[in-house]
Design a protein around this ligand. Structure first.
Ligand code: 13P
Length: 287
């Protein structure tokens, strides 16, 4: 069932668990994540970066794949499709294409400009029943060309953005996209606690889910994080499983070159990783 992400995340805050946003790249990714959500009876958010949307052929293609799978594979758990780190223009493009949720990443603007643009987009999204995430403080590292310095959010600015009516908020707390460096200082829980103090029960979003230790994930959830984004980890396990298949020469045996066989180990690896994360986040059985 295709839904906006608002209700599922409000329920997650109340129930002290988090819903995973797993980024998609193609049919295999989308099918694997939806099948796992259904098997785990868990709500799920499919993240689509601007780069992934372009790669898949456009936002209409993304929605065509997701809507088709929901219908033909009988996916009854709540599913949202969410533009990840969207620019101002792409938020509008996705809303037109039927995305039930978008993120406006205004972290590169001054707080005044971030507020102005977020305010306008909140009104446009809500007029169509679409949920909207905003960002304060930048997520470090790089994802599909979006580069952030990793500044921690200012809790007072979080309150200003929260008051605009956003449905959930990404606050930088030392999190980074991609793998964490050896000398990473960890999540800044004092910042997260101050943000939660200012924003109350607004669902908070933790980006850069790959490689955050389990105990930090649980502590973040206890401080109001209700949505956790995971991208790189699914890419890593897919690549590893595919490499093993080819290195074992399986593509050269019989019809092992058939793409349905060649991509199968990677798909199974994504399913196992998504299930592991849903169990860790506590969203299993919460559909
Ligand atoms: P990772 O690639 O580090 O898992 O981060 C995903 C993310 O935050 C998507 O916005």
């Amino acid at each position: 069932m295709l839904v906006s992400a608002t209700e599922m995340l409000q329920k997650a805050v109340e129930g002290h668990y988090a819903v995973g946003q797993f980024n998609i790249n193609n049919l295999e990714w989308t099918k694997a994540i939806l099948a796992t959500a259904q098997e785990c009876n868990s709500p799920v958010i499919l993240g689509v970066s601007e780069g992934a949307g372009k790669y898949m052929g456009g936002y209409d293609v993304v929605m065509g794949i997701v809507n088709g799978l929901i219908k033909d594979q009988n996916i009854t758990v709540p599913v949202s499709v969410h533009l990840d780190h969207g620019s101002y223009d792409h938020c509008y493009k996705c809303m037109e294409a039927g995305f039930p949720s978008v993120m406006f990443d205004g972290s590169k603007y001054s707080i005044e400009e971030n507020i102005e643009k977020t305010k306008e987009l909140v009104a446009a999204a809500h007029a169509k029943g679409i949920s909207i995430e905003a960002e304060v403080g930048s997520i470090g590292g790089e994802e599909d060309g979006v580069v952030g310095m990793g500044e921690c959010a200012d809790p007072a600015e979080c309150k200003q953005i929260a008051d605009l009516g956003v449905d959930f908020l990404a606050a930088g707390i030392g999190n980074i996209h991609g793998k964490y460096p050896e000398n990473w200082k960890g999540l800044q829980f004092d910042v997260l606690a101050s943000v939660q103090e200012k924003t109350g029960t607004l669902p908070l979003v933790l980006h850069g889910g790959t490689g955050i230790p389990d105990d930090m994930i649980k502590k973040a959830i206890s401080l109001g994080v209700a949505k956790i984004n995971v991208n790189t980890e699914c890419q890593l396990v897919f690549a590893e499983a595919t490499r093993k298949y080819i290195e074992a020469g399986k593509d050269l045996e019989g019809k092992g070159f058939d793409p349905r066989k060649l991509l199968a180990p990677g798909v199974e690896a994504i399913k196992a990783k998504v299930k592991e994360k849903m169990e860790l986040f506590g969203s299993v059985g919460k559909a």
